[in-house]
Design a protein around this ligand. Structure first.
Ligand code: SAH
Length: 350
């Protein structure tokens, strides 16, 4: 039994069934027993591997995007270079390698890292120890009011979501309770989703259909949008998900590079779900920002120069290194690898 599991059981016994979003919040973000406080999440020794950990070329392509965006914004100085959920700090490190080559970019950049995990803040400080213009924040609310370029990779998918299950004429909240042996089980909670929060065709769905919403993701997009609207700037969110709001259960637990049971070992497995970019795009649009058409990660990387960079890095290197670079580029960009599932969601004042 994980320490978090006994705390969750105690909570359910006193307060009743726990909605999925609250369960996910405990599992992922609890400061003492949560996943990001304790686990070696990212990398070949962790539970999953992210694009920046696959290849330096990923962060470098984001670096090219950031430098071009800064140029298009009129080279504001100073400006915020913000990253949400920077993991091990690898993406920022690779981005800054490109930024270093752009005159005045690094002088103008005030780097703002938004991270809740003390353990990962420590790792990020080690990765980025050659830079001194970096500030860490626990919340996006504390960023200085000035032009902003914001990046986030595989950040939205870790934020809690709510699930509602079609039951007769209602959509009831998917929640977690206990059986007679104190095992965690799925139940339908008391919460009901109002019709105006559902897509128009929701009542045609069969019983058991699942609808997901994430108020915390929406809040991050709303906060980002306000920051960009008030100060000018652009944001890029890269994550797996879909471009059209739909139905279906997308929550998954990952441990040791394989799927795990969501309820079995709270705090030990990584819980994520697919991002609904359709609903998030509407929020950014309502703020008055321009939304770029959603791109596939593969298309974005190739357009930005992935293959040219692979060629440059492999120039006059051994066949083994060249083969490794080819494999990395394929993993990031091929449609049946990360290329199609991962999307690039870009919006801002440009
Ligand atoms: N971007 C990194 C890491 C992705 S994992 C990469 O691509 O490798 C998700 C990251 O978001 C972790 O760093 C985690 O600690 C952080 N995180 C999770 N919830 C957060 C929140 N509410 N605010 C800020 N960071 C958060």
């Amino acid at each position: 039994m994980t320490p978090l599991k006994s705390r969750i059981i105690k909570h359910i016994k006193t307060a009743g069934a726990l909605p999925l979003a609250e369960y996910m919040h405990w599992c992922m973000a609890d400061a003492k027993d949560g996943y990001y406080a304790n686990q070696t999440a990212i990398g070949s020794k962790g539970d999953f591997i992210t694009a920046p950990e696959i290849s330096q070329m990923f962060g470098e392509m984001i670096g090219i995007w950031a430098a071009e965006t800064w140029d298009a914004l009129g080279k504001p100085s100073p400006f915020n270079l913000v990253e949400l959920g920077p993991g091990k700090g690898t993406l920022m490190h690779d981005l800054l390698r490109i930024g270093n080559a752009v005159p005045d970019f690094l002088v103008a950049a005030q780097i703002q890292m938004i991270e809740t995990s003390d353990k990962l803040i420590k790792t990020q400080k080690q990765t980025l120890n050659e830079y001194d213009n970096i500030t860490w924040h626990k919340s996006i609310q504390n960023i200085p009011a000035q032009p902003t370029i914001l990046i986030a990779n595989e950040f939205l998918d870790v934020l809690p979501i709510r699930q509602y299950i079609k039951t007769g004429n209602e959509w009831r909240e998917h929640s977690i309770s206990l059986d007679d042996n104190d095992a965690l089980i799925w139940v339908l909670g008391a919460g009901v989703l109002e019709a105006d929060s559902l897509p128009p065709n929701a009542m045609n769905e069969p019983d058991g259909a699942v609808f997901e919403i994430s108020t915390i993701r929406e809040a991050f997009i709303a906060n980002t949008s306000n920051l960009l609207k008030e100060n000018t700037g652009s944001a890029i969110f890269i994550d797996y998900g879909h471009g059209k709001t739909g139905f279906g259960d997308t929550v998954q637990a990952m441990r040791n590079h394989g799927f795990a049971d969501i309820l079995k070992e709270p705090g030990l497995a990584d819980l994520t779900s697919h991002v609904d970019f359709d609903s998030l795009g509407k929020i950014a649009k309502e703020t008055g920002l321009n939304i770029k058409p959603l791109q596939k990660q593969g298309e974005f990387l190739i357009k930005t120069g992935l293959l040219e960079r692979a060629g440059q890095l492999g120039h006059q290197k051994s066949p083994e290194i060249q083969e490794l670079l080819t494999q990395q580029a394929e993993r990031l960009a091929l449609p049946d690898e990360m290329g199609d599932l991962f999307k690039v969601f870009e919006f801002g004042t440009l």
